[in-house]
Design a protein around this ligand. Structure first.
Ligand SMILES: C[S@@+](CC[C@H](N)C(=O)[O-])C[C@H]1O[C@@H](n2cnc3c(N)ncnc32)[C@H](O)[C@@H]1O
Length: 229
């Protein structure tokens, strides 16, 4: 396992700056298939996704949406937890939707997982409401992430939660780079109106940042919002 990790790490370090990173933004064709295979099999990626799913605290009847689901590693972990709910995976790469489909064949057959080939920017409010949303190493790839997060806040029910995850992949990234990434995610969530923000770090190299935020709960009937001073 360690040898496979080292080989994959070397391939990515060589290939990333030579155009490989574009394939992680939207895997296509045969190369995209290999990229999906790497993401689905690399133990650090699997650990990162499973850790994020644990932090999202998914309940058995939850409806959850994953943005940029890639080969469907987190979808599988989400579906195990939302055993009586629904998990919707969204990706703009047809190759990734196919791989996620193969990885989650049984849950799709039983109606617990639905995969949608579309972009995050094409989601509409009628797709919701969801109890929780997850995005692992993808929010930085979206056009106008702040606008996307405002839309996602409307797709979630009052009190619903979101987890945004980032492990910086730039050459020479350190714990300081991850701290900056965490701060950026938190600022974007706060700007989009999410509340009760919490940051968690996973000790990989470099560390993985996960920021969790909540949509404001519904106002109690008969109560008025506090006056702004
Ligand atoms: C680095 S991969 C991460 C995949 C998966 N979340 C994981 O951690 O294994 C980024 C994924 O986000 C998808 N993606 C990027 N921008 C997107 C967008 N605007 N709409 C939908 N999917 C997007 C890509 O196709 C790719 O599958």
């Amino acid at each position: 396992m360690k040898i496979k990790e080292r080989v994959l790490g070397r391939i990515l370090r060589w290939w990333g700056p030579r155009g490989g990173l574009a394939q992680f933004r939207r895997p296509t064709g045969v190369v995209g298939h290999v990229v999906g295979w790497i993401m689905g099999g690399r133990s650090s990626n699997v650990a990162r996704n499973r850790w994020a799913v644990r932090l999202l605290d998914v309940q058995p009847t939850d409806r959850v949406i994953e943005l940029g689901c890639g080969p469907g590693v987190a979808i599988a972990a989400l579906a195990t937890r939302a055993s009586r709910g629904l998990v919707v995976g969204v990706d703009h790469s047809q190759v990734m939707i196919r791989q996620a489909g193969r990885r989650n064949r049984t849950a799709i057959r039983t109606g617990r997982v639905r995969l949608v080939h579309t972009s995050v920017e094409s989601l509409s409010i009628s797709d919701g409401p969801f109890d929780a949303a997850l995005a692992v190493n993808t929010a930085g790839m979206w056009p106008d992430p702040a606008a996307r997060l405002r839309e996602l806040a409307r797709l979630l029910r009052p009190g619903g939660r979101i987890a945004l995850v980032s492990q910086p992949r730039c050459p020479g990234a350190t714990a300081a780079t991850s701290a900056v990434a965490a701060h950026e995610l938190a600022s974007q969530l706060a700007e989009a109106g999410f509340e009760r923000l919490r940051t968690e770090m996973l000790d990989l190299d470099p560390p993985v940042a996960c920021v969790i935020g909540h949509v404001a709960p519904a106002a109690e009937p008969g109560t008025r919002p506090a006056a702004r001073l």
